[in-house]
Ligand binder design. Structure first.
Ligand code: ARG
Length: 723
């Protein structure tokens, strides 16, 4: 009997090991997961990972934030002197900004030999200090199916009030904190997140681009992978260890916790945990939503982006200066071009939609069987209405994001519309004139990454997409008239705009700002196009989009609430929302398709296979190839004698997790997560246990590149290395 129980237990355990667990778990749920995690090989306790009162692993995880406050990636602290690791593609923008054609550290790589050589990086980092459930405060007295407009206003008022109370309670610290009140489960729950924001961040080192981005867009989202996607920065603080503006007297920040680094490597089936900041998932998207995204929205975005990327690449390949100038823009467009392309394919598969429909039928039956019509009866029809509208109008805002926002002259014109805010009687007001004066000093910055031949072709391409893809009835006549006049010759049209508009040239804009004039602005053809487009979105189309969003918010909230009632005992993770999450799993290979097996790791041999001298994406430094040919791996070699480069785990992550620590059962760092795989490219819409994998850089590859290629072995001294 005993034996049978034991073998049953073992079977259950190995079953647990066979199937990956869905879930980007909020920290508040980690305590409940201790048992299944320990069953997979975790040697720590839940309290070691997330503790309310003591230092825990969460204190070594950093949130990368733009100066504007927008979060974009994750990082992990790896020394008691504030050194942290993130992806190369996360540091990319900062590294590009620090590069010039004369000192091109993006292309050549860079390692500070000492603290004084570390260079100011243009972003902040946030450290999560406190999490607080504030659902009762936010939803106080608000019923679940209250009229949507009333509810939305009550929630936003309560959130704003609460936020200022929470911030005020911080007293002297408040200038250093950002408090976010974040909706979970479609607005059925709210948590307050307290971030202490450090503002003096410096670049410590980066591999050359052809290592940090080896394989480019061709390998992006793909396995087998060899990209050494990391960069290193340091957090600086004032002498009291508090955030401070950039200042030479600041000192390295001393963290509550940092990750020791394991050189022991990984084996198939080893426990692996990832902590970080996944941005957004929509796993509960309605079936018609999946159909709309897969059949229309994603394919159109792919085309708009691809056409712009083709223009960038054509010029970037001709000239290294242009390559440096447009590198960050291309990477940003390309990453989601690639992803949307994959999603378009996956989301239009009939079984994808069928799976949703099954769940929706279950939901409807449950509503009927339990007499819940008065609370949940409207969900299905709300969703249906939302997607009928989106099919008709959905591309208008999307083309603003993916089209207009990628044309610099168009965006300049958009910015300039602020000058007209206090215009009266055909003249700019005092505020507008003052603003124009202030903008004069920013003009060099505006044109810093601007290559006229590229921008002219992009402009033609964006206008072509607007006219050819959208219903003309909802386009401004400033656009349709011009296209008709030029008989859809978009090249000629762009030539005309280039000459006629002030937004295509620095000197013209300077002249305008020196003596700003409303009449001239309003007559500008690019200005007329973008403000006309915006005018439609904020005019005729506005009530339509307000309705779409109100209905969708309501349907999502009700649907998610119903699901939690339908499955009260199921541990479910809420959609990602830019808050810290933990996901656990194991080091795991997979079969991408019938007859093909992928190993769970790659080695440096792949560099020799993929290397193409002078290629845009597959070039590599000669020194690196020599090190690999000589197998000069030092302490970074695996026991099999090879240098392991990247590896796979079955953790559940998404964009925003980039740069996240991959942690073994002892709480040591084994890698840095940087990508997902092609077969699970649509994982934001549903977890795919059999094929969904996280791609990480093996920490030994990172240290090898830092030490042997970069000559920065001095940094090892401040790390804790476990051999
Ligand atoms: N696919 C990665 C992610 O979204 C980003 C990779 C960046 N590399 C690139 N070639 N664009 O997490």
């Amino acid at each position: 009997m005993k034996k049978r129980i034991l073998s049953f237990l073992l079977a259950a355990l190995s079953m647990a090991n066979l199937f990956a667990d869905e879930g980007m778990w909020p920290l508040t749920m980690v305590a409940k997961l201790q048992d299944p995690m320990q069953a997979k090989g975790l040697k720590l306790t839940a309290e070691d990972i997330y503790s309310i009162n003591n230092a825990s692993l969460k204190d070594a995880v950093v949130r990368l934030m733009q100066k504007s406050g927008r979060m974009f990636c994750t990082g992990e602290i790896i020394s008691r002197e504030g050194l942290f690791l993130t992806n190369h593609h996360c540091g990319y923008g900062a590294i590009q900004e620090l590069s010039t054609p004369q000192d091109n550290i993006l292309s050549n790589g860079f390692w500070a030999k000492n603290r004084s050589e570390e260079r100011p990086a243009n972003f902040n980092i946030g450290l999560l200090r406190k999490v607080e459930d504030v659902t009762d405060q936010v939803l106080n007295g608000i019923a679940i199916n209250q009229d949507e407009a009333i509810r939305a206003k009550a929630v936003s008022d309560a959130t704003a009030k609460l936020k200022s109370t929470l911030v005020d309670a911080l007293g002297a610290d408040k200038g250093n904190y950002v408090v976010e009140v974040v909706a979970f489960w479609g607005g059925n729950r709210f948590l307050a997140m307290y971030y202490e924001v450090y503002r003096d961040i410096r670049l410590v080192g980066t591999p050359p681009e052809n290592v940090g981005k080896f394989g480019g867009e061709t390998d992006n989202w793909r396995w087998p992978r060899h990209t050494c996607d990391f960069s290193m920065f340091r957090i600086y603080s004032d002498t009291a260890n508090k955030p401070a503006d950039m200042n030479a007297n600041n000192k390295p920040y001393s963290p509550k916790k940092f990750f020791p680094i394991s050189l022991k490597g990984t084996q198939h089936g080893d426990f692996a945990m990832i902590m970080g900041y996944p941005g957004r998932t929509t796993r509960y998207t309605y079936s018609e939503g999946v159909r709309y995204l897969g059949g229309k929205e994603r394919p159109m975005r792919v085309q708009v982006r691809r056409d712009i990327m083709d223009v960038y690449e054509k010029y970037m390949k001709q000239d290294p200066t242009i390559r440096l100038m447009y590198s960050d823009k291309l990477a940003g467009l390309g990453n989601y071009w690639n992803k949307f392309n994959g999603e378009a394919g996956e989301l239009s598969k009939p079984e994808m939609i069928e799976k949703r429909k099954n769940l929706e039928r279950e939901f409807e039956n449950w509503v009927k069987a339990n007499n819940k019509q008065d609370v949940y009866g409207e969900v299905t029809s709300l969703y249906d209405e939302v997607y009928v509208s989106l099919n008709k109008y959905g591309l208008y805002p999307v083309y603003l994001q993916d089209g207009i926002a990628n044309s610099q002259p168009m965006m300049f014109a958009m910015q300039f519309s602020a000058l007209t805010r206090d215009a009266k009687n055909g003249k700019l007001g005092a505020e507008g004139i003052n603003m124009a004066k202030m903008m004069q000093s920013g003009i060099d910055d505006m044109f810093k990454e601007f290559h006229a031949p590229i921008e002219k072709e992009v402009l033609a391409s964006v206008i072509r997409h607007l006219y050819e893809d959208l219903d003309h009835a909802n386009l401004p006549i400033s656009l349709t008239d011009l296209v008709t006049k030029y008989k859809r010759d978009y090249k000629k049209l762009a030539e005309y705009l280039w000459k006629a508009s002030i937004f295509t040239d620095k000197v013209k804009l300077q002249k305008f700002l020196a003596s700003p004039n409303l009449g001239k602005l309003l007559k500008d053809p690019i200005y007329a196009i973008v403000t006309g487009y915006n005018g439609k979105l904020n005019g005729d189309l506005k009530p339509i989009f307000d309705q779409i969003s109100a209905k969708k918010v309501r349907a999502d909230r009700l649907f998610l609430s119903a699901l939690s009632e339908m499955y009260p005992d199921k541990a479910m993770a809420p959609d990602a929302n830019g808050t810290m999450r933990m996901t656990y799993g194991t080091v795991m290979n997979y079969d991408p398709k019938d007859g093909v097996h992928y190993k769970e790791f790659t080695t440096a041999k792949g560099y020799l296979e993929k290397f193409k001298a002078g290629d845009f994406e597959f070039d590599a430094p000669k020194n690196l190839l020599d090190l690999i040919r000589n197998k000069d791996y030092g302490q970074y070699a695996d026991k099999d004698g090879e240098l392991h480069t990247c590896f796979l785990t079955d953790n559940d992550i998404t964009g925003g997790n980039s740069g996240s620590p991959v942690i073994n059962g002892n709480g040591e760092l084994i890698g840095t997560a940087f990508d997902g795989n092609w077969e699970a490219i649509a994982s934001d819409f549903g977890f795919m246990p059999a094929v969904q994998r996280t791609i990480s850089v093996d920490i030994r590859f990172t240290l090898f590149i830092m030490d042997k290629l970069g000559g920065a072995s001095h940094l090892l001294d401040e790390m804790t290395i476990v051999k």
